[in-house]
Structure formats: C-alpha cells, structure tokens
Design a protein around this ligand. Structure first.
Ligand code: AMP
Length: 420
C-alpha cells in the first residue's frame, strides 16, 4: 500500500468541520477589520523566497522544496505566504490607486524540517498583512486581532511576546555590539551560529542549542540600541496594546527566523503544545516591498500555525461534524424511488437526508441510520406509501409518531425548528 510522505498528513472529514469553523471565525474577524482575502499560488520561482526570506536562514538553506520543472526553471513550494503576497501586490500594481491594503489568506506551506509533534513538512497557516502603513497602530492592530481571535476560539494559555528589531539606522550598531559579545564566546557556539555570525548574528539570540542559549544569556539587548524613531514606534505599540487591554511581554531575545523583519516583531506562545510553543508569529518588514522591486512602502503582518491552533482551541472536532437530519429507511422498490426523490428535495432545501441505495433489510438500514448520527429516521414500506403515512423515529428520544408523506419536507422542517 502506498503511504503518505513523511511529515505530511491528511485532515480527515472528522476534523475538517472544525478546521472550516476556525477558518470561518478568522475570516469573519478579518473582514470586519477591512482585510480582504487573497489567494496566491503554492509554487513560485525559487528566487522570490531566496531573496526575501534570506540566503542565510534555515528555511532557504535547508528546508525548501525546490526542484527544476520540466524546462529546468527552479521552482519552490511556498514555505510562507508573505513573499508571494508582496509579489502579487507589486505585479498587479495594487499600490497605484491606494497603497494601503489589508490581506488575509489560509493555505498550506511546505518546509522540509525534521518531522515531530507539531512540526510538519506540509502545514497550514492563516496569514494577515497590512501594506502601506508605517504607523505603529498597524502593528498593534495585528496583535489585537490575534488576541481577539484566540479569545473567540476559546484558546487560553497564550501570551504575546513582543520585541523591536530596529531599522537600518540602528540595527548595525546593535549588530556590532552583539558581534563583539559573540567574539569572546565563539568557541561555545554551535556550527550554524558560528557560520552565520558575520551576516546574521541576530539568529544566535534565539538559537535553541543549549550551549548557545547559555552563551547568549547576557547578550546585549537590541532595546538598548534603538534609534529615537524606533523607540517611539515601539513605545506606541506598547501603549496601544495596554490601552486595548491586550496582555504582552517584552522579550528582548525574540528575533524570528526570517531576514526581512524590521522594528516590531512578535510571537504568540502557548504552554499547551510542549516544545513547539509558537502558535503565531509576525512583525514589520518595511524594506521587503522595495527589495522585491516595488515602491518603497512599509508593511507588517503575521502567520498563525493552523495545525497548532487546532490543537489548542477550546472547541471539539465532534461538535463540528455534520450528521444527516433524516435517514430514510425505504423497503421495496417503490419506496426506494420515492425516498430518493425526497432525499434529493430535502438536500436541495438545505436539510441533509441520507438513505440506503442497496435495498438492504430493515435491520441493517436501522443500523446504518444509527451509525450515521441522523436525528430522525423515517421508515417507509409499500404499505406506508399506499396509506400516505409513515413512522418517524426520533433517534435521541426513541419516540415514534406517524407523519403524513404528502409534504414530507414541511413535516421534517417543522420538527427541526422545534429542536434546532
Ligand atoms: P513562521 O512563518 O516561521 O513565522 O511561522 C509562523 C507559525 O507557523 C509558527 O508560529 C507555527 O505555529 C507555524 N509553523 C511554522 N513551521 C511549522 C511546521 N513545520 N509545522 C507546523 N507549524 C509550523
């Protein structure tokens, strides 16, 4: 038997209802805040990700699914959404009429990481981005949206961690202070941190290798090196969040794995997921639109790990599994023909009705009705057809009554509205 690829997974119908509900709740919230859905391809030219995410990041160095297509062009399965959304914004000149745009999207991402609990090679993200707004209120809005969404989904045990990564004016000063600090400890750092120290020393701050963590424990803080503008920006984000009642913690080690971040950066962490504690992450990336060939416009955004979110929501998958409202147990060819007509008419009217097409015995049809989770079962044989009435059984209460078959849809609707 052919098995699925390691690190990939199926989302089975039993879980898909919950995924749909979460998507709906997120989309409603985003739409209410003026975000509009964008759907981008799952493959792009490799160059797009290499340039935006950064050559020295884990994603580009070792995690992308990159391969030549049949003509030899290098293409990559998207490891994240932001680069593609920026590409689309530039390509369609969306900035021309009004540079301010808010987007959201949901879909699969691909990273060839070591599979483990909470870490997949195909995983799903819910993304939101604001383009064209430099104001710290845009960052605060995104963090507020995450907080609100998690509340609506019944997620507790989450904390927003925020930091600032400075800007091209103040980050170089911090980088060199960090490099000085690291120079004395180079021996104890892991190979990745050593190798990246010249170009990307910030990554050492959130390296998970225990020796690196110890060595970096007293590293200088970026927050002591911010320029006045970056400090004001960060202060406004913090004040806005406080005024909105959004709890947060300033975390000076939070740097995130992608190169393009500037100023505000944030992560939502949970205590409920073990080692993979980040359910969402994001931040400002003011240079990215220009770097990818667009106008010089600021941007900010986040990505939620959908798979991890599903694990921590206060909702149960079984509450979002749809079951038929009615199962029609039809006995004999005439009843079967009528039952088929009724079940199609009910389905068209938005009332899911199910039946057995195989003409099985009453016992086996009742078994199937029970397994299907149907609320009601209608038992119709040739005699019932002739009499124009049949037994309707309420599967929860086991009560039975005889109902008229003349307007079955109306009879069923009447009962469903009594027990919605
Ligand atoms: P990132 O794009 O790396 O900032 O990731 C944003 C969020 O996506 C993280 O906080 C995780 O919740 C989720 N995520 C990232 N990588 C994976 C993965 N391999 N498997 C499952 N979720 C992931």
């Amino acid at each position: 038997m052919i098995q699925l690829i390691r690190g990939f997974k199926d989302i089975l119908p039993e879980e898909a209802g919950l995924w749909q509900e979460i998507e709906r709740i997120a989309a409603d919230l985003f739409e209410d805040f003026g975000y509009r859905e964008i759907r981008i391809p799952i493959m792009e030219r490799t160059e797009l990700f290499a340039r935006s995410i950064g050559e020295d990041t884990d994603i580009v160095e070792k995690e992308m699914y990159t391969f030549p297509d049949r003509k030899g062009d290098l293409i990559t399965l998207r490891p994240e959404a932001t680069a593609s959304i920026v590409r689309s914004y530039i390509q369609h000149k969306m900035y021309a009429a009004d540079p301010v745009r808010k987007f959201y999207m949901t879909g699969p991402m691909f990273r060839r990481e070591r599979p483990q609990k909470g870490r997949y090679r195909q995983f799903y993200q819910i993304d939101a981005e604001i383009f064209g707004v430099a104001s710290p209120y845009a960052d605060a809005e995104l963090i507020y949206l995450l907080d609100t969404l998690f509340r609506r989904l019944g997620v507790d045990d989450v904390a927003a961690h925020i930091n600032s990564l400075g800007c091209p004016a103040c980050r170089p000063g911090f980088k060199s202070a960090l490099l000085d600090y690291m120079a004395d400890r180079m021996e104890t750092l892991c190979v990745d941190c050593k190798r990246r120290s010249e170009r990307n020393p910030l990554r050492a701050l959130d390296c998970k290798v225990p020796d690196c963590r110890d060595a970096m424990a007293d590293a200088p803080s970026i927050l002591d090196h911010l320029c006045a503008d970056c400090r004001d920006h960060f202060d406004t984000v913090k004040t806005a969040l406080t005024d909105l009642g959004v709890p947060f913690e300033v975390d000076k080690r939070l740097v995130r794995g992608l190169d393009y971040y500037t100023r505000t950066t944030f992560e939502i962490l949970t205590g409920s997921l073990g080692a993979q504690s980040a359910v969402a992450g994001g931040g400002r990336y003011d240079g990215l639109i220009e770097m990818l060939g667009g106008p010089s416009l600021p941007a900010t955004g986040f990505a939620i790990g959908f798979d991890r979110l599903v694990e921590i929501v206060g909702m149960k998958a079984e509450d979002y599994q749809r079951a038929p409202k009615l199962f029609i147990a039809a006995l004999g060819p005439h009843s079967q023909a009528r039952a088929f007509g009724w079940s199609c008419a009910l389905g068209t009217a938005g009332i899911q009705a199910d039946m057995d097409f195989e003409g099985r015995s009453l016992k086996s049809q009742m078994k199937r009705a029970d397994r299907s989770g149907a609320e009601y079962v209608l038992i119709v044989g040739e005699k019932e057809l002739a009499e124009g009435g049949a037994v309707l059984r309420n599967m929860a209460t086991k009560e039975q009554e005889t109902i008229s078959l003349r307007d079955l849809a109306a009879e069923i609707k009447k009962r469903l509205s009594l027990h919605p």
